[in-house]
Design a protein around this ligand. Sequence first.
Ligand code: ADQ
Length: 489
Amino acid sequence: QVENIENHSKQKLLVVANRLPITASRIGEDSWSLEVSAGGLVSALLGVNEVDAKWIGWAGVNVPDEVGKISLTKALAEKSCIPVFLEEDIVDQYYNGYCNNILWPLFHYLGLPQEDRLATTRSFETQFNAYKRANELFADIVCEHFEEGDSVWCHDYHLMFLPKCLKERNRNMKIGWFLHTPFPSSEIHRTLPSRSELLQSVLDADVVGFHTYDYARHFVSACTRILGLEGTPEGVEYQGRVTRVAAFPIGIDANRFKRVLENPDVQENIKIMEERFRGRKVLLGVDRLDMIKGIPQKVLAFEKFLEENPEWQDKVILIQIAVPTRTDVPEYQRLTSQVHEIVGRVNGRFGTLTEAPIHHLDRSIGFDALCALYAVTDVTLVTSLRDGMNLVSYEFVACQESKKGVLILSEFAGAAQSLGAGALLVNPWNISELAASYAQALNMSPDEREKRHRHNYAHVTTHSAKHWAEMFVSELKDTALEDKMRTRQ
Ligand code: ADQ
């Protein structure tokens, strides 16, 4: 058995996600510039010991020619990445369409797009067919690189059809699937025309993971109510076996943030910002400019806070860093205009010739600058209408050892389950309550801030990204070992 376990630890983990952790741009007919995008998932998996991980995913570029495909595959191989090539029309129907226009809003309780439902069901079907086709293309590449004993970890709502495609090709493949968004109540999921097919496919995985216990429970309810299956304490009974369903809350690599804060250039930047904001408290928002992040609510509440607390009018600023996302989708364009309009109004009402109460940036900022900003912030505002976890809340806490600032956190973010005792929990739909929480945070005593920060800091530093990935991978390996033992008996 010892020998078995040793052999096991040498086997590969194939991590399959819609996007590779690398952004490729073409700089010649057969040459590419590759930039590592250091997201939460990348740093999580880098930290997993004894795992030889390879990434499979779309490189985010259209590569129509063979020369380009061959040269990009070669360049990515050096970074342990394997590309899946998707044609432009598939990307449009699968990624922009089914993933971002249907599953993303539905899983965040924003409903299905009305126009699609009323105009024609064909467009829904076309998008779902493209989704399945794209998942088949991912499966082709996984099977090309899979060797006996490897485990496959599929990520997110883009690849819900993948476990089925893979199991159809190889029943013995060990497959995990993890969802980074919320899984909604079964009453929401049942409105989706392809509700059963997606659930059945996910159940083909051996381990199904979510950020919180609530999302796992919603998934099990969807399987029992929509598919009529039996739920068990371990998961869901499906085709003569139990698919494990559990919560694996993600975390961050807090040490990476602490190390950056010790860097002299970052320290210098912190001093410059402290000087710049002297005499004012800093409220901060860092989000992708997405409908689910509740940015209009956050700014409207700031306006109400300034109205109701005139003594704070020249003593506080709100910095909102909103990185544009899905910019070709009309809803996102409307959101950008809406946010700009509210920000303009608040600055017009409460600004002076030299100062504006809101600094709004439509862009991403570098990691060093982000850490420095977290460190000088007094209150961070996470006002998501729904959010799988929300890593910004964790990152802020990791950077607050000296300041011990306050986290205002939406009760609809997964992070509310882990940081709820340290944060001020809010319902972002209630603008008055949100505005009152800004006042409460700014007036909080140092003792209470310290106590709340201690709670959050202990959680963020112990529940790391590495811990999350190790828990999931070890659960997946356990199911593989159990299967082996069972076949021997
Ligand atoms: P996201 O919706 O992207 O992730 P989040 O978890 O907050 O949300 O992660 C965002 C990341 O991007 C953070 O690391 C943050 O620092 C960075 N970021 C955001 N805006 C930025 C900006 N303007 N400049 C620089 N960096 C910026 C999805 C789910 C979440 C879930 C994660 C991980 O929607 O709920 O927590 O996956 O599972």
